[in-house]
Design a protein. Structure first.
Lengths: 349, 374
C-alpha cells in the first residue's frame, strides 16, 4: 500500500490540476476548431493570421477578452449580474470530477485513475450539477435589465427544463442495460457485454443527442442566443471575461454532452468492437492506441457533428422547439424506456 | 416612475420593445416599435427615417444627368435598376428612343443586378432564420456579378451605369464571354442554395404560413414585386408595361399560391432562374450598333410630367418627374420605392405571430432602408 497522503491528497490534486489545464486547452482550441471547420464548410479560410495557420488564435482571443472593458450596465442588478457567469461556468467544470476517460495506470508505483472520483451515483451528479447552469442563464438574463436578455433567459430556462426530461429518460434506458449509475461501471458493462449500448439503444441515443444539442443551446436549438432575433440573448450585456465565461461554458457543455454520449452509448475509452474484430484483424494498432486517444477521437466526432449542424440547419422557432420536446421526444423516450426494459427483462431473465 | 402601485401576480402587462434601429435583423436602420404579450406580437409599428438624405429634394437642384448617381444611393443593393428607372422615365419625358444595343446592355445589367439583389436577400433572409451557410455561398456568386459590373463601369455598388439615351460605355472586350460563363454556371449555384433550404424541414416550418398576404390585400395595399407575386397575382412591369426591349424576350413570371413567406421564397428562386434565361437570350441576340442615342449635350425639358417605372428586384420602382419649360433640372421628382410601399403591410403580417417570425417577415419583404427613407 502506498502512503495515504499520496493516495488521497497528492494524486487527486495532481489529477485535478492536469484535467483542468487539459480541458481549458481543449476548450480554447475547440473555438478555433469550430471556426476552421465552419470556414471549410462555407468556402472561407477561417482564422489564419495569428501564429502558423492561425494556431495561436485562441490565445490572442483570451488576451483580447482580458483587455476588454468589463462593463456592468448602470441599471443592472449588480450582484446577480456578477453571479450569473460564475453559476454557469463552475458547474460546467465541476462535472468533470466524475467523468472517466481511460483505464487506471501507474506512475512511479502509484496507481492513478483516469478520473478524479468514481462515485456510485455519477450520472445523477452530472445531471444535477449541470442543471445549476440554468440559474446562471435566467439570472444573467434578468439581471442585465435588458428586454432582449430577459427574453433570451426565459426562453433558455423553458428550453433547458423541457429537454432535461427526455434526456433523463434516455439516460434511464442506458441505466437499465448497465445496471449501474457509475460512469466507470457503465463503460465496464459495455466491455463485458461486448456490445456498445448505442446498438440496442439507438432510439435512446437519438433522443439523448437531440436533447444534448438543445441543452447546450446550439443550432438548430440556439434560440436563447438567437442573434438575429434577440441580438445576443441572455449575454447581450456581458463583455470582457464575463462574456468569455458564458462562451467557455457553452463549449465546455458541448464537451460534457459529447463525453456523456461516448460513455453512455459508445463504450467510453474502449477501442471499437474488440471482440467482433479480434477474429478478423489481430489488431496491434487497436490496442496500441491508448484508451484516452480513443476517447478523444469519439468525443471529437461528436463535436464535429455539432459544428456540422451549425453549418447546415436553420433555427427552430420557440413554440416549435417546445412542441418537438414535449410532443415527440418525451413520448418517444418513455416508449424507449419501456422497450429497453422489456428487452432487458427478456434477455437477462 | 410615478405609479407606485405594486403589480399583482396575475396582472398581465404588455411589454414594449424597440426592435432596432441598431439590430442585426432589421436590414439597416429600420426600427419596429413592438407591443408584446410574452413572445407574441400584439402590435408592430415600423418607424422609418433614420437614413433620410433628402434625395428627392437634391434632384431639384441638379441637371437631369447628374441625378443618376443619386439614384444609386437609394436601393444600394440594386443600383442598376435604379438608374434604369430614372433613365426610362426621362426618355419617356423627352421622347428619346434608345438604340437596340443599349437596350440589350441595359437589360443585361438589370438582370445581373436582379440576381445580385436576390442573392443578398437570400443570404440575409436565411441568416435571419438561423441558416448561416447560404450567406457565404450567395456572396461568392454575388462577388462574381459585381466583378462584371466593376469591369463594365468601374464600380461595384453605386454603379452609375446608365445614361439618359442609352448606356455610357461599349462592353469591354471579353465581357460577354465572362458574363456567358457566369450565366451558364448559375443554375447549378441556385440548385445548391435550394438543396440547403427548399426541402429543409426546419426552413419549411419557419416559413410556411408565416406572414400570409391575401391577393386582395396585396393589391389594396399596393404591393409590388415578389411580395405581390407570392400572393398569386401575376404582375410584372417587364410584362405589363415593357420598357427597353423586354417585349422581345421570352420569360415567365412565377407566382405563389398561399402568399406566405415560403411562397415568396420560391418565387424569388424561380425569378433568379428566369433572370438567367433573360440573360442568356440577351447574350445570344446582342445587336450591333451604337450604345447611346444622339441627344443634345444639355438636356432641356418642356412643361410636363411623366411617370416611368421599371421592375426593380424588390418591386415596381417608379419616378414621377415634373418639369418646367426649358428647365435643365426636375421641378419635382417623386420616387415610388417598392420597399416603402411593401413595408406598409408589416404590422398586419406579423400581428399574432412570435418575435422570431418578425425577422422572417422583415426578411421576406426584402426592404432596403436607403430607398424607404431616400
Amino acid at each position: 500500500m502506498t502512503d495515504p497522503l499520496i493516495r488521497y491528497v497528492v494524486v487527486p490534486l495532481a489529477q485535478t490540476v492536469v484535467i483542468l489545464l487539459v480541458l481549458l486547452g481543449i476548450v480554447a482550441y475547440l473555438t478555433l476548431a469550430e471556426r476552421k471547420v465552419l470556414a471549410w464548410m462555407q468556402v472561407r479560410i477561417g482564422p489564419n493570421r495569428v501564429g502558423p495557420r492561425g494556431l495561436l488564435q485562441p490565445i490572442a482571443d483570451v488576451f483580447k477578452l482580458f483587455a476588454k472593458e468589463d462593463l456592468v450596465p448602470a441599471k443592472a442588478e449588480r450582484f446577480v449580474f456578477l453571479l450569473a457567469p460564475i453559476l454557469i461556468f463552475v458547474p460546467s467544470f465541476l462535472v468533470w470530477a466524475v467523468i472517466p476517460f481511460g483505464e487506471t495506470f501507474t506512475v512511479a508505483g502509484v496507481p492513478v485513475t483516469s478520473f478524479i472520483a468514481d462515485i456510485n451515483i455519477a450520472i445523477l451528479f452530472v445531471l444535477g450539477v449541470s442543471s445549476i447552469a440554468i440559474y446562471g442563464i435566467i439570472l444573467g438574463g434578468w439581471a442585465s435589465n435588458n428586454k432582449f436578455s430577459l427574453m433570451g433567459g426565459l426562453r433558455s430556462a423553458a428550453q433547458l427544463v423541457s429537454y432535461e426530461v427526455p434526456l433523463g429518460f434516455a439516460v434511464v434506458s442506458v441505466l437499465l442495460m448497465s445496471g449501474t449509475l457509475s460512469l466507470v461501471g457503465i463503460v465496464e458493462a459495455q466491455r463485458d457485454a461486448g456490445i456498445w449500448f448505442f446498438i440496442p439503444g439507438i432510439l435512446g441515443f437519438g433522443i439523448y443527442f437531440i436533447c444534448g444539442v438543445a441543452e447546450t443551446n446550439r443550432n438548430p436549438f440556439d434560440l436563447p442566443e438567437a442573434e438575429s432575433e434577440l441580438v445576443g440573448g441572455f449575454h447581450t450585456e456581458y463583455s470582457g471575461m464575463k462574456f468569455a465565461f458564458f462562451f467557455l461554458a457553452e463549449y465546455m457543455n458541448m464537451l460534457v454532452v459529447s463525453s456523456l454520449a461516448v460513455i453512455l452509448f459508445f463504450g467510453g475509452w474502449l477501442p471499437p468492437f474488440p471482440n467482433l474484430l479480434a477474429g478478423l484483424w489481430q489488431s496491434p494498432l487497436l490496442s496500441w492506441i491508448p484508451p484516452f486517444i480513443w476517447y478523444l477521437i469519439k468525443v471529437m466526432i461528436f463535436i464535429f457533428v455539432y459544428i456540422w449542424f451549425r453549418g447546415t440547419f436553420p433555427r427552430y422557432r420557440f413554440d416549435q422547439l417546445m412542441a418537438v420536446g414535449w410532443k415527440w421526444l418525451l413520448p418517444l423516450s418513455l416508449a424507449n424506456v419501456l422497450l429497453v426494459g422489456i428487452g432487458v427483462l427478456v434477455l437477462k431473465g | 416612475m410615478t405609479d407606485q402601485r405594486l403589480p399583482s401576480l396575475f396582472d398581465v402587462e404588455e411589454m414594449e420593445l424597440s426592435f432596432g434601429p441598431q439590430h442585426p435583423a432589421t436590414h439597416g436602420v429600420l426600427r419596429v416599435q413592438l407591443k408584446l404579450d410574452g413572445e407574441k406580437i400584439v402590435d408592430a409599428k415600423p418607424i422609418i427615417g433614420y437614413l433620410h438624405r433628402g434625395t428627392e429634394k437634391l434632384f431639384e437642384t441638379m441637371p437631369f444627368p447628374q441625378c443618376i448617381p443619386h439614384t444609386d444611393r437609394m436601393d444600394y443593393v440594386a443600383a442598376a435598376t435604379n438608374n434604369q428607372g430614372f433613365c426610362v422615365a426621362m426618355e419617356k419625358l423627352l421622347g428619346i428612343t434608345i438604340p437596340p444595343r443599349a437596350a440589350y446592355i441595359r437589360m443585361m445589367l438589370a438582370e445581373l443586378q436582379r440576381l445580385a439583389s436576390h442573392l443578398v436577400w437570400l443570404a440575409t433572409h436565411a441568416i435571419d432564420i438561423g441558416a448561416i451557410t447560404p450567406f457565404f455561398y450567395t456572396f461568392r456568386e454575388r462577388d462574381a456579378i459585381l466583378d462584371l459590373f466593376e469591369e463594365y463601369c468601374g464600380a461595384r455598388l453605386t454603379l452609375n451605369t446608365m445614361k439618359i439615351g442609352g448606356v455610357p460605355f461599349e462592353l469591354p472586350a471579353g465581357w460577354t464571354e465572362r458574363c456567358s460563363a457566369l450565366v451558364d454556371g448559375f443554375p447549378a449555384h441556385i440548385d445548391e442554395y435550394e438543396e440547403l433550404l427548399t426541402n429543409n424541414r426546419i426552413w419549411k416550418k419557419r416559413t410556411i404560413g408565416i406572414g400570409v398576404v391575401s391577393p386582395e390585400d396585396a393589391i389594396d395595399w399596393g404591393l409590388t414585386g415578389p411580395p405581390l407575386r407570392g400572393s398569386g397575382v401575376r404582375w410584372d412591369i417587364r410584362k405589363v408595361f415593357p420598357y427597353d426591349r423586354y417585349d422581345e424576350i421570352d420569360f415567365e413570371i412565377p407566382i405563389g399560391k398561399n402568399g406566405d413567406t415560403y411562397d415568396r421564397y420560391l418565387v424569388r428562386m424561380v425569378e433568379m432562374r428566369q433572370s438567367v434565361r433573360i440573360l442568356r437570350q440577351c447574350l445570344d441576340r446582342l445587336p450591333a450598333g451604337p450604345v447611346i442615342a444622339k441627344i443634345p449635350k444639355v438636356l432641356r425639358a418642356r412643361d410636363g410630367m411623366v411617370y416611368g417605372s421599371v421592375e426593380a428586384p424588390k418591386g415596381e420602382l417608379g419616378y414621377f418627374i415634373v418639369t418646367t419649360d426649358k428647365a435643365t433640372e426636375p421641378y419635382r421628382c417623386r420616387v415610388r420605392p417598392p420597399s416603402f410601399v411593401n413595408l406598409q403591410l408589416l404590422p398586419d403580417m406579423v400581428r399574432g405571430h412570435l418575435v422570431a417570425d418578425l425577422v422572417a417577415v422583415i426578411g421576406t419583404l426584402d426592404i432596403v432602408l436607403g430607398e424607404i427613407d431616400r
